[in-house]
Write a protein that binds this ligand. Structure first.
Ligand code: RP5
Length: 153
């Protein structure tokens, strides 16, 4: 994530990864304030054995696109809700990548962070049957947890 201030959003991705038993790490890496840290992190990611990057940032959110430019790994972008423009700035700056360097962009805020975790899990599950089974169980539990009625009778 681009800042510690993004953690309140990005912790939801981390919670999903933890719940599904996926090894992960969380780091603050800013495209603007720590560009060399971003370069080092993205360039080393594949060699360190990372398989998917989730990049969350707000405002002029260059982080996911810059990360995607420097690694062949799939990069999932989470637009963090900004104060001034409610995350529309984040969404557009993450989603509107020029053809050639993709960022898989999720929804603004908490829902996007949760879904980034789930989408990362689905990508990893393609080559991990045990994780695929855990993801199936998670989805079945979610389905079972949806009540029929809108309120208690
Ligand atoms: C971005 O600027 C970060 O991703 C964050 O969403 C936003 C504001 O950062 P702070 O000023 O709160 O550190 O780079």
């Amino acid at each position: 994530m681009g800042s510690r201030s993004d953690w309140e959003t990005m912790r939801h991705a981390v919670e999903v990864l933890g719940r599904l038993g996926i090894p992960h790490e969380a780091r603050v890496v800013s495209a603007h304030r720590t560009p060399e840290r971003l370069f080092d992190y993205a360039r080393a990611a594949r060699g360190r054995g990372l398989q998917v990057l989730i990049a969350g940032a707000g405002g002029a959110a260059h982080l996911p696109g810059m990360a995607a430019a420097m690694t062949p790994l799939p990069v999932l972008g989470v637009p963090v809700e900004s104060h001034a423009l409610k995350g529309m700035d984040s969404l557009l700056s993450i989603a509107q990548m020029p053809g050639g360097i993709p960022v898989g962009t999720l929804a603004i805020g908490k829902a996007g962070a949760i879904n980034a975790g789930l989408l990362a899990a689905a990508i990893l599950a393609l080559a991990d049957p045990a994780l695929a089974a855990r993801l199936d169980d998670w989805r079945a539990a979610q389905t079972a947890g949806v009540p029929d009625l809108p309120a208690d009778a």
